[in-house]
Design a protein around this ligand. Structure first.
Ligand code: MN
Ligand code: MN
Length: 475
């Protein structure tokens, strides 16, 4: 076969796997870097689900979105941009389109909770010459990641008199931080060296160092604990019992950073899944009024199974859709609601694992996502034989693929690791339950669930463009 013909065949039959940076023009590259500057700011201000929710609401309100639960029952002017909040930790935004909701909406669903250490309900105690605080980890962490590093406290406390206070300690340069101590290598031999990781790092040993100046004389019992509690009382007027009605999260202190000589990547806590929250937020806010209604959902509790009233297993989307039917003046009966849901198209916006150069063995190279190769479509997740997964239909994957190709979105596909290597899931299956089409779609990251997750700026930008194309092109 002559060379030209072979070249032609190769061009036709082989799948292209372009690198985003090879495809971006200089102008687009500048735009991508600029976009990532605002992304880093969002990450820095969104260290908890509550703070992320607040950032999302503020950005939406600045563009004229109104809280659907505070609207008068009858309004003379048609309302186009609304939001809804649940528990301060779960948000939905919608831009209402001209078309009836019953013919379906375009939904992008991400989550804004991330793995971390929560303070226990009775956290403060003392040992030796220190005041300490007990934590209970949240989500899938590798416990050793959280040792010997500066941690900040973010949270909310509801006092006995019902006063609510927000705290952030450890993010300002002048703030103190907290830390979980680790064993020195000199003495780790017998206790740790030859043991399994799960036997070495225990949840009950993830305790925060919180102070070392006692209150009172050395005859005083618990004077290091008292030292800590006294400072909390002086600063916040809070008592030991107030921890009962509080949500305080220890998260890595400090800001998102550029990685690499070329600054092409971002290292930060919480990119799973605030990268999808931010990119879908931007895609929705930038959307002009169109035919179909566009919805962005930002769920809580994904990392612990999407449970509870702010997780994707709740009726939050149904309630929101029912509210939308109402303000649009449509029938709000159960059948209309079910039709609106079943006819909707949804991208489950979550990260996938990028292939790690140091741990290639857990991935299958032909089907693993790679950093810098664009937004990743994940047809199914799950464990073992796709167990527990919502497997997107060929038709729906085909539709998204067409939208992406038409809009020159650089995309790739990914499976979460080799078969039987492990696995995971997203909110996809909880949304698919109502009958709508759902496909997992988001950037691939390195060091997922660590205190310093790594994303590619090119992928972040391409994810944003992909979501924008989905909203606009599926109209
Ligand atoms: Mn996730
Ligand atoms: Mn996760």
């Amino acid at each position: 076969m002559d060379k030209d013909r072979l070249k032609k065949i190769k061009k036709i039959v082989l799948k292209k796997n372009p690198l985003v940076f090879d495809r971006l023009t200089e102008k687009q590259k500048t735009q991508a870097f600029k976009f990532n500057e605002t992304y880093k700011k969002f990450l820095n201000l969104s260290k908890t689900e509550r703070k992320a929710a607040r950032q999302i609401i503020q950005a939406a309100e600045a563009q004229g979105f109104v809280n659907i639960d505070t609207l008068p029952t009858k309004s003379s002017t048609p309302i186009k941009k609304v939001y809804k909040v649940s528990q301060g930790r779960c948000v939905a935004l919608a831009t209402l389109g001209e078309e009836s909701l019953v013919s379906g909406t375009n939904i992008i669903a991400s989550h804004i909770d991330s793995p971390r250490l929560d303070l226990k309900q009775n956290p403060v105690y003392e040992d030796l010459s220190m005041g300490l605080m007990k934590t209970h980890y949240y989500g899938g962490i590798r416990k050793y990641h959280w040792l010997a590093m500066p941690l900040a406290l973010h949270g909310v406390i509801v006092k006995a008199n019902n006063e609510k206070i927000n705290i952030t300690i450890g993010e300002d340069e002048d703030d103190p931080v907290f830390t979980v101590t680790d064993l020195l290598p000199h003495l780790a031999g017998k206790t740790q060296a030859d043991k399994k990781i799960s036997d070495v790092f225990k949840g009950e040993k993830l305790n925060l160092v919180a102070g070392s100046i006692p209150l009172g004389s050395d005859e005083e019992k618990d004077r290091f604990k008292l030292g800590v509690l006294n400072l909390l009382y002086e600063k916040y007027g809070m008592t030991e019992e107030d921890f009962i009605s509080a949500e305080i999260e220890a998260v890595p202190a400090g800001n998102a950073r550029d990685i690499g000589f070329d600054r092409s990547m971002i290292g930060s806590y919480g990119q799973d899944d605030r990268v999808c929250a931010f990119t879908s937020l931007k895609a929705l806010l930038g959307k002009k009024n169109t035919n179909k209604t566009a919805i962005a959902l930002f769920f809580d509790k994904e990392e612990i199974g999407s449970e509870g009233s702010s997780g994707a297993k709740s009726n939050f989307l149904e309630d929101f859709m029912s509210d939308l039917l109402f303000i649009k003046g449509q029938d709000t009966d159960n059948r209309s609601l079910r039709k609106a849901l079943i006819n909707s198209s949804c991208l489950s916006a979550d990260v996938n694992a990028a292939m790690d150069p140091d741990f290639k063995e857990v991935h299958e190279i032909l089907n693993a996502a790679k950093l810098g190769f664009g937004v990743c479509m994940t047809k199914f997740t799950g464990v073992g034989g796709k167990s527990g997964s919502s497997d997107a239909s060929a038709e729906f994957v085909g539709k998204i693929r067409q939208i992406f190709n038409k809009n020159k979105i650089v995309w790739q596909t990914g499976e979460l690791g080799k078969i039987d290597e492990g696995g995971g899931g997203t909110v996809a299956k909880f949304l698919a339950k109502s009958g709508m089409n759902v496909l997992d779609c988001g950037p691939a990251v390195l060091s997922m669930h660590s205190p310093f997750e790594v994303s590619s700026k090119a992928d972040v930008y391409m994810t944003y463009l992909g979501y924008k194309a989905f909203y606009s092109d599926n109209d």
